[in-house]
Write a protein that binds this ligand. Structure first.
Ligand SMILES: Cc1cc2nc3c(=O)[nH]c(=O)nc-3n(C[C@H](O)[C@H](O)[C@H](O)COP(=O)(O)OP(=O)(O)OC[C@H]3O[C@@H](n4cnc5c(N)ncnc54)[C@H](O)[C@@H]3O)c2cc1C
Length: 368
């Protein structure tokens, strides 16, 4: 067994921390821990581009209102914190790296075709029941109000909802900026390294076992063998380039069968999502899902007819049985997982809690 001191020599007060999985949680924790002066080594089965992570496939909407309709209240409360956290952290990341990370916090629009108005009503009722204390963030809109928000949609829809506090961010730019910041702060990347298992203070690779002061297991669905109850929930997204479509904010279409969202990216590109299938299949996007997403998309805005299909991605959201995140700490090992369809929404709270837990347990072990 190699000692992590082969990799780094800790200075007083700083720890050698090994992170298994460099997706969303792994990167955020690495970045924060490096800023606190710790030494961090990141291991991932993919490259530092994150092409094997759910984080890269995600639409990365920050949608606490939309999500709480079919989730626990905790998702909403943690999500509100994320709406404040991301702009501050993005500003810091941009300053550290010189990268631009596009994001929008100008709300989202929820629409339904006239025949599906009952779906929209049901959604509004769910919000009234789940967040009765935050209904000032839910505005019923008519055609004229919609015209002021999203002029290109006003001829098709006579009413909808405006969720003024919701947002989205450009996840590819974020993952890249985190990679650069981690490297600049001295974090070490171990790409294409499969972590076979983790244990307190140990990361086991196929050919060696490495020792650390602390290990973080943030392998997402890759931690399934070590995290009872963890399952994958398949999701598919399409990326399109639509020069004729100019949306300012995420748009959701309520539909009895084909729920759809459109998350903007710079340069008239849009992420279209997402299917939700109880399956751990990682097979490429199916024809059926493509047809469903595309026809729902075309019904939102005819300008999508001339769009080019840039990418079609499928991945699995890591989820626990209650679809809520899990944060377990024992001395030498921190497990963070189960972000399900809320990675960008819940990771700010989870990361802050993980850092606090690590600081507390480190202080306890020093005291002992
Ligand atoms: C289609 C889709 C749409 C989504 N849309 C949104 C959205 O709009 N808003 C939102 O908030 N969330 C969204 N999510 C959810 C979000 O992407 C996830 O919750 C989040 O990425 C989970 O982060 P993570 O770090 O736990 O896992 P991941 O991001 O998957 O990272 C895990 C990393 O661990 C690595 N790894 C796994 N096993 C091993 C191993 N054995 N050895 C070494 N490395 C390993 C992987 O390569 C990967 O890089 C979406 C997800 C999907 C699939």
């Amino acid at each position: 067994m190699n000692d992590a001191s082969d990799i780094r020599h800790p200075t007083s007060g700083s720890l050698n921390i090994g992170i298994a999985g460099a997706g969303l949680l792994g990167r955020l924790l690495a970045w924060k821990l490096l800023q606190q002066g710790h030494h961090v080594s990141l291991f991932d089965r993919g490259s530092r581009e994150g092409e094997l992570s759910a984080a890269r496939v995600a639409a990365s909407m920050l949608a606490p209102y939309s999500e709480v309709a079919s989730a626990e209240r905790q998702v909403f409360d943690w999500g509100l914190m994320a709406l404040r956290w991301w702009p501050e952290q993005i500003a810091l990341l941009e300053q550290q790296t010189g990268q631009t990370i596009h994001y929008g916090m100008a709300g989202s629009v929820v629409l339904a075709h006239d025949l599906d108005k009952s779906s929209l009503r049901h959604f509004e009722q769910q919000l009234q029941a789940k967040v009765p204390d935050h209904l000032d963030g839910v505005e019923r809109i008519d055609r004229e109000r919609l015209r002021s928000l999203e002029p290109e949609l006003a001829d098709r829809y006579s009413s909808g909802l405006f969720l003024a506090d919701e947002g989205y961010l450009d996840n590819w730019a974020l993952l890249l900026a985190l990679e650069i910041a981690i490297s600049k702060l001295g974090g070490k990347w171990y790409e294409h390294r499969e972590v076979v298992s983790v244990a307190p203070k140990r990361i086991v690779l196929s050919d060696e076992t490495l020792a650390f002061d602390w290990v973080v297991d943030s392998r997402g669905l890759g931690a399934k063998a070590q995290l009872p109850g963890l399952r994958g929930v398949r999701g598919e997204v399409l990326w399109v380039h639509a020069p004729e479509v100019n949306l300012q904010r995420p748009v959701r279409l309520m539909h009895p069968r084909y729920k759809l969202y459109i998350s903007p990216r710079p340069g008239n590109r849009y992420v279209i999502g997402a299917t939700e299938i109880e399956s751990e299949s990682m097979q490429p996007v199916t024809v059926r899902s493509t047809l469903e997403l595309m026809s729902a998309l075309y019904s939102v805005h005819s300008g999508f007819a001339e769009a080019s299909l840039l990418h079609a991605f499928a991945h699995c959201r890591p989820a626990m049985p209650d679809n809520l995140p899990v944060l377990n700490g024992e001395v030498g090992l921190l497990t963070v997982n189960g972000l399900y369809r809320h990675g960008y929404l819940l990771s700010p709270q989870l990361v802050e809690q993980a850092l606090a837990m690590l600081a507390e347990q480190t202080a306890d072990s020093v005291a002992v």
